[in-house]
Design a protein around this ligand. Sequence first.
Ligand SMILES: Cc1ncc(COP(=O)(O)O)c(C=O)c1O
Length: 397
Amino acid sequence: MSREPAAVPLDAFALDPTVVHANHGSFGACPRAVLDAQTAARARLEAGTMRWFVLEYLPALDAARDAAATFVGADPDGFVFVPNATHGVATVLANLRLSAGDELLTTDHAYRACRNALDRTAGAAGAHVVVAPIALPARDPAAPIAAVLERVTPRTRLVLVDHVTSPTALVLDVGVLARALPAHAPLCVDGAHAPGMLDLGVGALGATYYAGNFHKWTCAPKGAGFLWVAADRRDGFRPLVTSHGSTLPDGSRTRFRLEHDWTGTHDPTPYLTVPAAISTVAALGGGWPRVRAHNRALARVLRDDLADALGAGPIDLTTGATAASMAALAVTLPAGADHLAVERALLERGVEVPIVSHPGSPWPLVRVSAHLYNQRDDAARLAAALTALGVRGMRIP
Ligand SMILES: Cc1ncc(COP(=O)(O)O)c(C=O)c1O
C-alpha cells in the first residue's frame, strides 16, 4: 500500500497524532487556526461582557450569518444559527400544528436522534411516523426518492429526510424530492453532514426547512449549526426557547430574527468563528471545491483499501448521486459482541471509527470518514485493529 502524505499535516489540527482518526463525520475536528480565532472572539467578549452583548453581539452575528449563509447558498433573512442540527430539526417539529391521525414521513436511514424527536412529536399529537425503507445496497439514486414519494398521503404534514444519511453515508437527491412533494407535505432536510461536504445551494433546493452543521465538515468549533426556513414560513416560526425577542419592537429586524437571534445568554463564539473555519479550511486545502473533491476521493480509497483488507462489500450509491466524504462497509462482528463493545475496544486501542448498528441496514457497518488530515495509511491501521478484534468483512449481493 502506498503511504501518500495527507493533504494537510495532522498538526494543523488539534488532533492526537497517536490516534487513527477515521470518524470526522460524527464530531468534526478543528484546525488550530480556527480554535485560535474562537479564543480571540471569546477574549473580546469576556473583556467587557455588557459592552460586547449590547453593542457588538448583533453586528458580529449578522456578519457571521452573511458569510455562513453565503457558504451554504441560503438567503440570510431565513437563516438562523442554532447549536446543532438536532436542535434545528426539533425547532421545525415544535412549529408543526398536528392533529390526531396526521403523518410525519421519514426513511429508515434517518438519524436516530431525529427519529426519536419525530416519534415524540407524533406521540404527543396522536399522529403517526411513516417510514419509507431504503433498500441496501442502494445502487439507484432514484429508488430512495421513489420510496418516500410512494408513502405521501393527504395526511402527510412533514417529510424529514437526511441529505447525507448518517449510518450509511448515502447522498440523497433531496432537490428532486422537494420538487416532487405536494404543498401539504413540506420537506425538512436534515443536512447535518452537508455543509463543507457537498456543494450546497440550500435556497435553490426547494425545501421548506434545512438544518445543518458547521462543526462537522466545515471544521467550525462544536456548537455551530443552522436552520434555514423558506420565506413563506418565516412569519410566526418560533424558536424552541421564548426570550426577549417576542416582545421587542421589530424596527429594523424581523420578528423571525429578533426571536431566533437571542434565546438567552450563551457562548456565541462557535457561530462567530464559522467564517474563520470557512476561510481556514479553504486555505489549507486549496479552495473548497478541491477540499470536497479530495475528501470524496479519499473516502473511497479508504473504503476500498479497507474492503480489500477485510473482504467486505461497499454499500454506497454507485450511480448518479454525488458521493459522500464518508463510506460504509458491511461487516460481521465476533460472535456475541455488540457494536458498541467493538467501538469501545477500538477506542481503547486508539482507533476512532463508528461501528454502526441501525434499522436501515441488515448488517453491522463500519463507516469511514476522510478529511484533509487523513491519509491512505489510515485504512491499513484501521484494518489491523478491526481484524485483531475479530471483525470480518461481509460480501453483500
Ligand atoms: C443525519 C444527521 N442528523 C443529525 C445529526 C446530529 O448532529 P448534531 O449532534 O450536531 O445535532 C447527525 C450527526 O451525525 C446526523 O448524521
